[in-house]
Design a protein around this ligand. Structure first.
Ligand code: NAI
Length: 549
């Protein structure tokens, strides 16, 4: 056991200590602690070390028959003993990530009201209008570093889950701690219950939210405005991460708040950063440059348009003309190719609506445009059919194909299909994890374009530098840094992202890159420390047991 950095803190005693997940160590309390903290006799006699406890947890975890059971087991550990929970998460991140995050978290949200045990975070409903500040003041922590907030309208690719969507902010914040070491006491998940249009939920007697349809228009905007202002008053230092809002609101909210408060939208900007990083890595394999690519997106929503915009941003930073950069990005949405003369092009698609004949189908668009990169962000499963993959392979020695839709059931194609139909030539990444695939004796390791590679490091960098804003330059810097962390050995196997087991190291580099943007762009009043990486590392939470006596 190391020295307790929190010595002299108000540590609860007796049964309150064992029921407090932040301080509880369960059977890990020493004889002396049991005596002094008045818990002798409240625990079985044998004292276990943290690693012995971890063994027990992992044994039980493996015995759970389904991913959802594993999820419930882990969440109950988080509710009991936060330190041990993070020890397990960090030491087994590749095994735990698909449980605490996509794909299992999707199922957990769909069943959130059935598996609900203990509340976590804040719920703010339409009844709370006029009192949001008071509710935020109910949060027990003095300081908040990062808020992940959702209104539950577009949970992964699963649509409107109402208050059941709370699984997402909770899951994302556990990743801030596990992947970047943001202290869990700085993390606040918030669910904005503005109603739901999911008729099944409105009929579900167990549903935890209010039984009414969603707020719209001015009423909705006023509600969000009160929320943002309340956060500014109570926790002005907190970053607000907008998460899983429908694209009807997401772009507008991002535009409204990005220059006003320290905020970002992970579905738009985080996705863009991780996808751009995957593109940078794939260019290392094909030995070509971004400016020479033609990118075709299938899906022109938050993810697709966010990626396109960041590609443009990155090219402009390199001195490329903005209009020319846009012309490298093409979109097919549910109504076909996005072109200038098409009816009903939304404001956000308009910059990418080029002067071109309308084309109905993705396959014809590929034959016509001959893209080098195909990115699926449509939420439509099995839409990258054999014809599509073969067409991409016809025009490219190594077609870059990303099937980003989540969860796994929504993926545009599987890794196996992409590799098999391209005869092993595709450079592939997906939103949800897929196992390696062997084709003609060569093992291909698909990359998972998981936002968790970037947002935790971005948050950590912004917290450490006390940046007043989160900017697109930070997302480009994160993408470049992430790609630089991919080794030649990774690329050899077709892997576009570093091994997940390196995520804490990677996040600290991303945090450094993000903090540098903050210092260089005058987004903070603080001076850049001499050894920035050292300062960042000193902020990193380690889930070790410290002696309380
Ligand atoms: P969105 O709802 O904003 O956009 C979906 C887009 O797909 C719309 O442009 C829509 O017109 C288009 N679309 C729908 N049906 C189509 C069809 N049959 N053919 C062609 N286009 C069609 O959703 P968002 O936020 O862009 O997310 C899309 C998917 O990407 C989701 O499954 C989500 O889980 C996934 N995603 C993955 C991430 C990652 O892997 N890192 C991060 C964020 C999102």
């Amino acid at each position: 056991m190391s020295d307790n950095p929190m010595k002299n803190k108000n540590i609860p005693t007796g049964i309150n200590l064992l029921h407090n997940p932040v301080w509880n160590k369960g059977t890990g309390f020493s004889e002396e602690e049991r005596e002094v903290l008045k818990i002798r006799g409240l625990l079985p006699p044998r004292v276990f070390s943290e690693s012995e406890q971890a063994l027990r947890i992992m044994e039980n975890f493996k015995k759970k028959p389904t991913p959802l059971e594993k999820y419930i087991y882990l969440i109950s550990l988080q509710d009991r003993n936060e330190t041990l929970f993070y020890r397990i998460l960090i030491d087994h991140i590749d095994e735990m990530m698909p449980i605490v995050y996509t794909p299992t978290v999707g199922e957990a949200c769909q069943k959130f009201d059935q598996i609900f045990r203990r509340p976590r975070g804040l719920y703010i409903s339409t009844k709370d209008r006029g009192s949001m500040k008071k509710i935020i003041e109910n949060w027990p922590e003095e300081k908040v570093g990062i808020i992940v907030v959702t209104d539950g309208e577009r949970i992964l690719g699963l649509g409107d889950q109402g208050t059941n969507g709370m699984g997402i902010p909770i899951g994302k914040l556990t990743l801030y701690t596990a992947c970047a070491g943001v202290n869990p006491n700085l993390c606040l998940p918030i669910m904005l219950d503005v109603g739901t249009n999911n008729e099944d939920l409105l009929k579900d007697p167990l549903y935890l939210g209010e039984f009414h349809h969603r707020l719209y228009g001015e009423e909705y905007d006023d509600y969000i405005e009160e929320f943002v202002q309340a956060v500014q008053e109570v926790h002005p230092e907190a970053i607000i991460q907008f998460e899983d809002f429908s694209n009807r609101n997401a772009f507008r909210l991002l535009e409204k708040y990005r220059d006003r408060v320290c905020s970002f939208n992970d579905d738009i900007q985080g996705t863009a950063s991780v996808a751009l990083s995957g593109i940078y890595s794939s260019l290392r394999i094909t030995k070509s440059e971004l400016r020479n690519q033609r990118v075709l997106f299938f899906g022109a929503g938050e993810a697709g348009l966010g990626i396109g915009s960041l590609i443009v941003n990155s090219l402009v930073k390199d001195g490329f003309d903005e209009n020319e950069a846009r012309k490298l990005c093409w979109y097919v949405d549910s109504r076909g190719l996005v072109v200038k003369d098409r009816e009903k092009i939304t404001r956000h698609k308009a910059p990418f609506a080029h002067d071109h004949l309308f084309i109905d189908t993705l396959l014809d668009a590929i034959h016509n445009l001959k893209p080098t990169i195909l990115i699926g962000a449509s939420g439509q499963p099995q839409t990258f059919t054999q014809d599509i993959i073969e067409a991409m392979t016809e025009y490219n020695k190594n077609p870059v194909i990303f099937a980003l839709s989540n969860p796994t059931s929504k993926s545009e194609c599987t890794a196996e299909q992409a590799y098999k139909w391209s005869k092993g030539k595709a450079i592939f990444a997906s939103g949800s994890p897929f196992d390696p695939v062997e084709i003609n004796g060569k093992t291909h390791v698909p990359g998972q374009g998981n936002n968790a590679y970037v947002f935790p490091g971005i948050g950590l960098g912004a917290i450490v530098s006390e940046s007043s804003r989160i900017t697109d330059d930070m997302f480009v810097a994160a993408a470049q840094t992430l790609s630089q962390c991919v080794t030649e050995e990774d690329l050899e196997k077709g892997r576009l992202y570093p091994d997940l087991t390196r995520i804490r190291e990677v996040s600290s580099y991303i945090a450094r890159a993000v903090a540098i943007v903050a210092y260089e762009s005058d987004l903070t009043e603080n001076e850049r420390p001499k050894d920035l990486l050292k300062v960042i590392k000193s902020h990193i939470y380690e889930p070790n047991y410290y002696s309380y006596v």
